[in-house]
Write a protein that binds this ligand. Structure first.
Ligand SMILES: [Mg+2]
Length: 377
């Protein structure tokens, strides 16, 4: 019996949950996003496969999505409903013999198993999830987490795919570096500037050059990713939050200083409630701001003393904003409180992609245009 990493990912999750409770929508283009209102600033959280045929993608502004697929049925994000179904899926996975389950989000998880036939285990997982929830999932089979996660995309929808050291070069070598989980378009662009265009280029890149460009930690990390090398340890220790954040996209840009200050205070009040519920004070304040038309930046400040005080958190965030000295109208504000570590510190080192949704839409001033999109595949 060899150890394997399986990556389980529900297919078109949010849309599939909606079709289960609205059977008349089966086979139709369905778009889930924001409050389901295309006149508002919000993004697509999930598009059904039928809607994707029109070019609709998760993360796309709702307005554009509706223009691309005028016949689509548009539905609001219903987080409690998706969380309830997600809990059933994760419970099903935890009942697989010998499985260690690491939840990555509403609709995906790593499952560590020892198996002689991981594909059979994957199909058994698909059968059980379908039986329990009537939802289809795809399963990537890998010998590391990064390979398993990438493999899933090749098995979608409703399939399985194996990606290991044996077929990594053949399957991934010719692809752009952004095909690797953990490398986004910005890093890809910087790599291209270094003459590293493909996964194979990255796997064979000069480590010194990578260290110079990305630093002593991320340089070697990216080179390992180029080979599909990452942790293979599936970790089911419950996630301990490092921070709580809230953000809002305003339906009308903010320009008035008083309005900005009270919007910041509203976010800080909610964040203060979140960290108070968690019982750990705020040590560092993170500001996120998106200026019109669509320029986003962040700033962080360490507090002299940890605090639960929303006024202090709001004042710090506001001071960071003033420090930017940017007169442009504000489209989105986000406040995040990075908490003091729990007694004894954090058990598990940060693993890529772990930890659930980063910032919750605050609900004041409308939906966040960076709503939940992790269920987009
Ligand atoms: Mg999915």
């Amino acid at each position: 019996m060899a150890p394997w990493v399986l990556h389980v990912d529900l297919d078109q999750f949010l849309a599939a949950v909606e079709v289960l409770r609205h059977p008349e929508l089966a086979g139709q283009p369905v778009i889930v996003g924001g409050r389901g209102d295309p006149t508002e600033r919000a993004v697509v959280s999930t598009a059904s496969y039928e809607a994707r045929e029109f070019g609709v993608r998760s993360g796309m502004p709702l307005k554009l999505a509706v223009r691309k697929c005028p016949g689509a049925v548009l539905l609001p994000v219903d987080a409690p409903a998706y969380e309830a179904v997600s809990a059933e899926v994760m419970d099903t996975l935890r009942h697989v013999d010998g499985a260690v389950v690491e939840v990555l989000g509403w609709d995906e998880a790593f499952v560590g198993v020892d198996s002689d036939d991981p594909e059979a285990t994957a199909r058994e997982i698909q059968r059980r999830v379908l039986e329990r929830t009537r939802l289809h999932c795809s399963v990537g089979v890998g010998d590391t987490k990064v390979r398993a996660k990438i493999a899933t995309e090749f098995g979608k929808p409703r399939g399985t795919f194996r990606l290991t050291r044996d077929n990594w070069v053949e399957v991934m070598g010719h692809r752009p570096t952004s095909a690797i989980w953990g490398i986004g378009s910005r890093i890809e662009a910087r790599m291209t500037a270094l003459g590293i265009s493909t996964v194979d280029d990255l796997a064979h890149a000069d480590e010194g050059a990578l260290v110079t460009a990305f630093g002593p930690t991320m340089g070697p990390h990216y080179r390992r990713l180029g080979r599909g090398v990452s942790s293979a340890r599936v970790d089911d220790t419950p996630w301990v939050a490092r921070a709580h954040g809230r953000e809002t996209t305003y339906q009308r840009d903010l320009t008035d200083p008083d309005e900005i200050a009270s919007a910041m205070r509203a976010l800080a009040d909610q964040v203060a409630d979140d960290i108070t519920a968690e019982g750990r004070a705020c040590a560092r304040v993170h500001l996120k701001v998106r200026f019109a038309p669509f320029f986003t930046t962040t700033r962080i400040r360490k507090l002299p003393e940890p605090t639960f005080d929303p006024a202090l958190i709001a004042a710090t965030a506001l001071d960071l904003l003033t420090g930017l000295a940017d007169p442009r109208p504000i489209r989105l504000l986000g406040v995040r409180a990075e908490m003091v570590a729990p007694e004894g510190g954090y058990a598990d080192p940060r693993t890529t992609g772990r930890g659930g949704p980063s910032a919750r839409a605050s609900g004041t001033g409308g939906a966040s245009e960076s709503g939940p999109t992790q269920a987009g595949t």
